[in-house]
Each structure stands twice: as structure tokens, then as C-alpha cells.
Design a protein around this ligand. Sequence first.
Ligand SMILES: Cc1cc2nc3c(=O)[nH]c(=O)nc-3n(C[C@H](O)[C@H](O)[C@H](O)COP(=O)(O)OP(=O)(O)OC[C@H]3O[C@@H](n4cnc5c(N)ncnc54)[C@H](O)[C@@H]3O)c2cc1C
Ligand code: SF4
Length: 401
Amino acid sequence: MAKQVFDVCIVGSGPGGGIATYVLANAGFKVALVESGRRLRPGIDYNGHGNAYAQLEERLKAGHRGVFPSVLDFSERNHFTAVGDRPGHGLLKALGGRSLCWAGHSLRFGPGDFKRWPISYEEVAPYYDRAERLMGVYGNHDGLWNMPDGVFQKTVPMRCPEMLLKRGVQRLKAKGRAMEFVTQRKAIPTDPAWKRRATCHYCGQCMNGCDIDSKYTSANTPIPLAMRTGNLTLFTESTMTRIVMDKEARRVRGIEYVNSAGETASLSCKTLVLACSTIETARHLLLNNLANSSGQVGKSLTSHFGLDVIAIFPELRNRDASNDDGTDYYHSLLTGLHWNKPHPDFDMTYQVQCGAGLNPKRLAVHGLPGYGSAFMRQLRYLNVCRAVMNMQGPVAVSPSL
Ligand SMILES: Cc1cc2nc3c(=O)[nH]c(=O)nc-3n(C[C@H](O)[C@H](O)[C@H](O)COP(=O)(O)OP(=O)(O)OC[C@H]3O[C@@H](n4cnc5c(N)ncnc54)[C@H](O)[C@@H]3O)c2cc1C
Ligand code: SF4
């Protein structure tokens, strides 16, 4: 039998590869999706609601960081060490890639962000609408010019200390500072009438993996939808090792990959989409000397840069517990910085992601000794609520790298 030639081979099933698979399979193309990892089972391979003690000894011996099974168990944390200082941001080898551990924050670029692009926000806006409908995004309609509103399901309210932060921002705004404090927008459905995935139950485990598949991932939405078209062939536990070119080295003919049995195999395609994450995609293009007529492949990479600033609220000392359920830790956003007064050397913006609440992992005091009511009183007094602000902004890597 003649070997099948796929219209498109897509390597990598994260947010990039997942959506490409969905769109191309729906357009009628025969698609091969090649993914290094396997399909993880929500609630089994990762489960934020599991009994921590049942597996504690086994997990400690295996060197895992968390007490219950998490998608982060499958991440390759040393992926970046060769090129940078962020070993925490490696690949997550599984069907869905890092969409399994992402927090779901889904913000639109605004008109200001498109200033130097050849396309405008107005041209892209209808595609944001389509993406938000597919993903199921909650958010508030805040009416901000450079963080446009979208097709949102009902928002998740701020937690108690976040309300204090908002009050502080309002005071600064009254003094003329340009900034906004709003709730996050996340690809997590909150409307039970929306039937594509389960509605969130606000357990806050999103970055450990959502065990009810409420949070959008490539593995729970675009890939199953593509599967239904009959146009998708899935190759999991298959790692691309080489891009195969024609004799003239002008056109891609297929790829070689290593399958789960450790055997080398190949597949043929007319078009290749590399979606192996930023660093891996650039690495394969450079290794194969492809698509680099600009000389830019692998340069000017932007890290997912973050810096935590922690604030403690003494006024929350001894307070009654509040309902701090919600979607993971980072829950609100300080934005609008630099929108009205850009720095001459930096016309972009920083978002400051804010999280707060009585999550035991994030309390201000850890390892307090004691027991009983005296212990409870001490805990209530010392565990004043804290807010963590994580700045995220673009960072240019040294041009010499
Ligand atoms: C903890 C965390 C939280 C985040 N939260 C957010 C957020 O809230 N909002 C947001 O916008 N972004 C967030 N991000 C960033 C976001 O997850 C990434 O930008 C996004 O996943 C990148 O998508 P990708 O498809 O390019 O790559 P990836 O998601 O990394 O997927 C690449 C896939 O390719 C596979 N692969 C690689 N090499 C090969 C090979 N040779 N052969 C076969 N398969 C291969 C990998 O196994 C992987 O599945 C977060 C990231 C992390 C780590
Ligand atoms: S908070 Fe919602 S989306 Fe996040 S893990 Fe829990 S159920 Fe899933």
C-alpha cells in the first residue's frame, strides 16, 4: 500500500499546534499531529483534589515538589538552562503542551499594541471574538482602550485583599496616575448554560491542571474537535528528530521521529507546521537551516519574565475568614501603566498580575508550632493576608545570544 502523504504535518500540540490542527482539519486538510508526550488523564495523572497523604511517601521519594499529582510533574524544568536563567519555564511534554499548566489568562492586544504592526486591532478583533467563543473566556467589561473587552462569560469577583488594592489604585488615580485595576480574564467557563466544557468550581488549582477539564487546553477543546472531522491522525509519544527535505533541499517532504518503542519512523507531508514552543521551534529551524532568510530565527526572544513583590495588609489582622475561592492565585490585574505616557525608549507596557487570599500555600507565616484554640488564635493573628504582585513584561535577550 502506498504510504499516506499528509497535507499538513504539525509538530507540537500546545496552544499553537492545537489551534492549527483544529482550523486545518476543519478546512478539510488531512493532518498529522506529532507530539512528544502522551495524553494525560485529568483526575488520574493529575488531581488537585486527591488525598495528599495517600501518595506522599512515594512522591517525596520520586523528588516531586507538590504533594498531589500535578501536570507540572511532566514538565522538563531544565529546558532553558543552556540559554538563560529561567529553568522553571521548560517544556511540558504531553498532549496539549503548556496549555495544561497555563493559568488561562486571555487578554487581547489593544490598538496601542498594534501601532507598529502592518495590521490593525480592528482587523484582528473578529478573530479574538471567535477564539473567545471557542475557548470560553470569563471577564468583566471594563471599557479600557488598550485592553479591549471581548465575548465574556460572567466574571469572577475579586478577593478581599484585592479590593484593598483596588481602593489604593483609585486613590492614586485621583492624584492623576494612569493605571487601572481590574479582574483577570481567563479561558475558564463560568456560565452553566455554556455546554462545551464543565463550569468552573473555583478550586484554584488551574496551574496544577484542571481535573474536571473546565480550563481551556489544546487537549480538551481543539484537538477533540479536530478528531471529530475524521481528518486528524494523532502521533503521541513521538518526537520529531529530523526534517526531511527534497533532493534540492528546497521543499519539505516530511519528518523523521522516534516513537514510544524507541524506533525511528518517518511520515510524509506536503506542508510542515512547527509548533514545538519558541525555543524548540527556533532550534529545529536552525539545525535544519530553514526559514531564516531574515537571519532573525532564535534572536530577540522574549522570556516570560516575572518578579514577585509581596505586600502584607496589617488591617486584615484577626479578620474573619473570607470566601477566597477563585481561579488559581493570580486573580486581578494592574494595567494601563505607560499607556498615556510611554517612555521614549520603551513604548510597551507591563501588566502586574495580582493574587491574594487565604490560600494555605501563600499565607504570610509558615510552620507555626502548636495546636488547639491557642494555635488557632495565633494563626489568625499572624496570618495577615498578603498579596503577591507578579510583573510580566517583555525582556529583550542580548543581541549577541
Ligand atoms: C505555569 C505557566 C502559566 C502560564 N500562564 C499563561 C497564561 O495565563 N496566559 C498566557 O497567555 N500564557 C501563559 N503561559 C504561557 C503559555 O503557556 C505558552 O506561551 C504557550 O503554551 C506556548 O504555546 P506553544 O504551542 O508555542 O508551545 P507549548 O505549549 O510549549 O507546546 C509545545 C509542544 O511541542 C511538543 N514538542 C516539542 N518538541 C517536539 C518534538 N521535537 N517532537 C514532537 N513534539 C514536540 C511539546 O511536548 C509540547 O507539547 C503560561 C506558561 C506557564 C509555564
Ligand atoms: S479553579 Fe476552575 S478552572 Fe481552575 S482548576 Fe478549579 S475548576 Fe478548573
